[in-house]
Every structure is written in structure tokens, then in C-alpha cells.
Design a protein around this ligand. Sequence first.
Ligand code: SF4
Length: 385
Amino acid sequence: MDNKVVVVKGKDPYRAAKKALRHFSLKEWRGRRILIKPNGARLASPGEGVTTHPLVVEALADYLADQGVGEMAIGESCIFGVNSKEAFRVTGLKELSKRKRIELIDLDQGDPMEMTIPEGKILKKIKVPAILKRFDFIISVPVMKTHMHTRVTLSLKNMKGLLWRREKARLHQLRWNQKDSRGGKALDLAISDMALVLFPHFALIDGTMGMEGMGPSCGVKKEMGLIVAGDNPLCADAVGARLMGFLPEEISHLRLSAERGLGKIQLEKILIEPKDYLKWEKSFDPPPTELSLPFPDLVLHDQGSCSACLSTLFVLLHRYKSELAPHRLRDDKIHIGIGKHLDNIPGGTILIGNCANKMKKRGIFVRGCPPVASEVLRSLQSKGT
Ligand code: SF4
């Protein structure tokens, strides 16, 4: 491994990805079994900046075939509440798999297996689809996006989609010793733990259309026209983050992974082509640190929640905020409560998630751990004001 990262600018996602890949000889992969892991876990069409463009996946599949790899498949496990068949159709992965005759695997079907993480600080084991045993190499093909909990989501974070079913939500619900994460969150530490045993073998970052602001699904599209490829995915993520206008060292899960020896994030120690790649940098709006910034008429009572309920809240407010109007309280604000240590909330507060159960007599309670945004809305509509 050379710690080589190649950045290519181009309008056509297929051509740009192919051009980037040609810088890498993957001869040792000849005859081996490869799993391609795109970001295809949500109901979003190509070009929306949410899911990996299928033309990038197609370029990779063609390149791997040219290199003489053996078995090849595309695999994804959708986020909770998303129907995988529907997601595979909308993202274009189904059409690609049919046309190119590449197996498309819903990783949530079939049995799980456990992987132990002896060096894990917050995760000692994870549950993953047993079918992963079938593959020798995994290629992470994420979209260049900001993320409300991890600042950016690139190839390491994309591997979280290999966790089996609700194991993904468990990563948002961990208790941790803040010293271990050294300024990061529990989720950052969990991603770096997971990377100890599920580190992708190659990264192909789709930066053709990214997302800024309230990523990973509620932000604003950001056209970059870039592909970033790397034989060390942590190095590729460092370069990707820098092109988004962030310093790699300020992305906690990248820093923690580098400290554990998974790769370099100091850009001067990475072989980056072309040398003047920063001419393509475009600063992404960071995700908001507080929900009251984009939603000034919201009062959030967050005491002891985990990031899974916060994710639900982001999506709820982004998609359905106008439908919450009947729930305004006397101060003309919408009060929402999450977390297990809630107390002292005004009557009529919308209480989201099982942790808020103990306050349910004070407000409108929506169960789930976490409930998805559409369920919250349905539940509120059925309960009325
Ligand atoms: S109810 Fe919400 S805050 Fe509580 S553990 Fe579940 S997801 Fe986290």
C-alpha cells in the first residue's frame, strides 16, 4: 500500500471514476471476491447528493472486471425504516445490477455473525451480516457529505452500513469514557473501533454531487464534480475532508483512527495526485451545532438523549416542520423533548423516543428507539392536539 490518493475533476461520473481508478494497479485482486459498498441506504435518486451515483459504481465494476477479479457483488443495509427494495430501485442500483449482471445484496437478509474487537474502547463486538465471510476485499464508495454527528461522512463512516439491521442504531446509543474519545463523541470512537476490524481495502469517494449543511440527508446539494480514490481509505477520507474545507485533524473519527495506526491524515505525508488538487477545494457549510439555529421557533429539551433520536428529529423538522404547527405552545414555539433525564418541560411538549416515556403524562409521547420521522408524524396526527 502506497498511501496514494488520486483526485480527478470531471463532469461525467463514469469517466471521472474510471480515470481515477486507472492510477491504481489492483493486480493482487485478480481472482478474488470483492464486495462493493456504496451509500445506497436511503430513498434518493442519483444526483441528489445523498446516495452514490450508480455510474461511479459502474465504473468501479468495469475496472474490477478488467483487472480480472473473481466474484463481485454490491451490498448495502438500509437505514431503519427504509424499504431496501424501494431504495435499490430509486438509487439506480437495481437497474445497474440487472444491466451489468452484478449481484445486489440486501445485507439485512440472511443471518448475522459477530466480530470481536479486542482493542475496542467502546465496542468489544459488532454484529454484521454473515455473508461478509464470502468476500476477500471490501471497497467503500461513499458520497462526499457533511454529517450532523460526525461532521463529514466518507469511506470509514460509510462502513457503518455493513452493520446488521438495528446494530447501526446501537452505535448511537453507547456510553463512553470521554477521555477515550479525546474531544470526540461516542459515535466517533465507535467508528474508529469498528474500523479496526472493518477497514475498507480501497476507497472511491463520489464527490460528483455532495451535500453540505444538514447532512447526511437533509442538507443542500453541493456540486463538486470530483472523484477521490485511495488505496488507504483513511488517507482518502483526509483528502476528501480537506477538499470540503475541513482540516482532517478536526474530524474526530479520522483523528482517532489515525492515532490507532490505520493510516495517515497529515496531508504532507500522503502521496496526492495532482499536487495542486486544492485548486478544487470548495468549503462545505458545516452541519449546525444546534437545532435552534436552522429552526428558531423550536425549543429542544434534550437531556440524556443519544444521537439516534437527534437524527430522527433532524429529519422530522426538515421534512415535516410545517405540519407540527398545531403543536405550538403558548409561547408560539414547538417544544420537543428527548432523552432519559428529562424534567421540567412545559405541558404539551412532543416527547420522542422510549427514553422520554417517564414524562408522557406531561406531553404527547411517541414511542420507538428511535421512531422514524414519518412514524412520529403519523403518531402526532393520530393523537391530534
Ligand atoms: S429512545 Fe431515543 S434517546 Fe433513547 S436510546 Fe432510543 S434512540 Fe436513544
